[in-house]
Design a protein. Structure first.
Length: 554
């Protein structure tokens, strides 16, 4: 029996038991009142109440909840109407250890209640264990969409998903079944706790659209002055979103590229089209190695498959990459938090400085550099973040926006104020993300990172870099091998913001003919990096292979 069949069997059986128990109670009430046998009902009121309340506690579905609640009200009304002089108070019945089951009907009701509760206690822990397994034949984002719609759905040829219980936006489980799989085993998809919130609503930066070959993204070019979701329905849409920085941050770029390839093969899945799509996406941003890593992984997964099944496999693999990114970032947060606490000055407030945006907006969820910050804040630790504005694109404003959404105390500073603040003391650590880390520990990150590393070293403040393994490029011996992206000059010549009326717009600060140079990244030498934090733990910058021994021969 497959997992999906077991799920259906258990829930059908549980529902039948609830119905049997309810009918048994109705029969008992009818029998007692018809025969004017109030004593039969009153004598066994304890078991009546026990069953009703067990049903309420054991049945999470709202429809099943209504039945025992209604029966409880009916029981109380019947008892009070038939025996007002005795003032029977059903809700105060007690003495469950002294049950007096006086009729076969009531025995059946009590037995149904016990089995009903037992099934519920059996199902939930088993489901919870399976939920924690990382098996992603469909994405948790897809689960979220399905749950909100409350529907079955087929996404791609043969891949069927069913969304289970939901509390608001919280997914209890998702079941996925692939008819092309010879075992056709249903799989529970892991429940995900969201760090990222927009106006209190859990979200992600990218998610598949239920029922359509498309993905939605948060358009980060609109932030922080507005919020807009953009739909990507074609390969070209995904490439443009990466190139124009509607999505940004190395991990998120990689995930978007993976979904972009899924969009491509959903339309045309032959070898030539697949490789052309890989080339198009690879050319969008040259520095972030996660882009190349994700495309190589997708290509190796898809090329051996027949074209007819590539679309479903592409969506599945892209979803798996997204879910892995969430888990890796969560682990970075846990490891980074321990590192921050180790350097904390007693019980004083943790003062952290960061650069650019390496929060959940730069990943699928949690973030890299901000993951330890969120972990600390959620653990009740007093923490404050100094946010560098990060010109020319001001990604620090995105950091301030997401910290505000999460409620984390923070202060925005001009880029050039960082050195003075570090020199004055009071900063516990500088923590940044990375777009690529060379094998020797040299770090490519947003322009201005190197200056902060120099200032931190001069001030004796730890300089930390947080990044998943997919950001480490063991094929690049050192920083000199990392290509540095040159961005358009208008990013310097024009400023974007809101006018006095709050309307978004742009302001020219340099003539269109002004000569400018606009490198997007710089290289921080490994000797200026105190620790690198990855999903596998923390290490010195020049000891990366201690965390990734499989790369020892690279």
């Amino acid at each position: 029996m497959s997992g999906f069949q077991r799920y259906l069997f258990r829930n059908v059986l549980r529902t039948l038991l609830a119905i049997v128990g309810g009918l048994a109670l109705i029969a008992l009430l009818t029998q007692g009142l018809a025969q004017d046998r109030l004593d039969l009902i009153v004598e066994n009121r304890q078991s009546v109440v026990v069953y009703l309340w067990v049903s309420v506690l054991a049945t999470p579905q709202i429809i099943s909840l209504l039945m025992p609640i209604a029966l409880f009200i009916a029981t109380a009304a019947a008892l009070n109407a038939a025996h007002r002089d005795n003032e029977v108070v059903v809700a105060q019945a007690s003495g469950m250890s002294n049950w007096q089951v006086a009729s076969p009907v009531l025995r059946l009701a009590t037995l149904a209640a016990i089995i009903h509760l037992g099934l519920n206690l059996w199902i939930q822990p088993a489901a919870s264990r399976e939920l924690r397994q990382t098996v992603s034949e469909a994405s948790t984002d897809l689960a979220s969409s399905l749950v909100r719609e409350g529907m079955f759905m087929t996404h791609g040829e043969g891949l069927t998903t069913f969304a289970g219980q939901v509390n608001g936006s919280e997914i209890n489980f998702l079941v996925a079944s692939d008819s092309r799989d010879p075992n056709n085993e249903a799989t529970f998809i892991a429940k995900t706790a969201f760090v990222s919130e927009v106006e209190g609503k859990p979200t992600r930066t990218i998610w598949p659209v239920a029922g359509l070959p498309a993905v939605d993204i948060i358009d980060q070019t609109v932030l922080p002055h507005g919020f807009r979701v953009r739909r990507l329905g074609r390969l070209e849409d995904a490439a443009e979103a990466i190139r124009c920085m509607q999505v940004r941050g190395a991990p998120l770029i990689g995930v978007t590229a993976a979904y972009g390839l899924a969009l491509a093969v959903d339309g045309c899945a032959d070898d030539e089209s697949l490789l052309a799509a890989v080339r198009l996406l690879a050319a969008t941003r040259p520095t972030a190695v996660n882009l190349r890593w994700a495309l190589a992984r997708m290509q190796s997964r898809l090329l051996p498959l027949p074209p007819a099944v590539r679309a479903a496999a592409a969506w599945s693999e892209a979803a798996r990459i997204a879910d892995e990114d969430v888990e890796q970032c969560r682990r970075i947060g846990a490891h980074g938090l321990q590192l921050l606490l180790a350097g904390r000055r007693g019980e004083a407030r943790l003062e952290i400085m960061t650069h650019c945006n390496a929060g959940w907006l730069a990943t699928v969820d949690h973030g890299t550099a901000l993951a330890p910050v969120y972990a600390a804040f959620d653990a009740g630790i007093d923490i404050h973040v100094w946010v560098s504005e990060t010109r020319p694109r001001n990604q620090g404003l995105l950091t301030a926006w997401e910290l505000r959404q999460h409620g984390v105390p923070h202060t925005v500073i001009a880029d050039n104020a960082a050195g003075l603040l570090l020199m004055r003391g009071g900063i516990d650590a500088v923590i940044v993300g990375a777009d690529r880390i060379a094998a020797n520990g040299d770090v490519a990150n947003k322009i201005g990172t190197y200056l902060k590393a120099l200032a931190a070293r001069a001030a004796g403040v730890p300089f930390l870099v947080a990044a998943p393994g997919s950001t480490i490029d063991f094929a690049s011996a050192d920083g000199a091998a990392i290509p540095i992206e040159e961005r358009a000059g208008n990013e310097l010549r024009l400023l974007h913001g809101c006018d006095a009326a709050g309307l978004p717009g742009e302001l020219r600060q340099l003539p269109a003919t002004a000569a400018v140079v606009n490198p997007a990244f710089d290289i921080t030498p490994a000797q200026l990096v105190d620790r690198i934090i990855s999903e596998r733990g923390c290490c010195a910058a020049d000891r990366l292979r201690t965390l990734y021994p499989e790369e020892a021969d690279g």
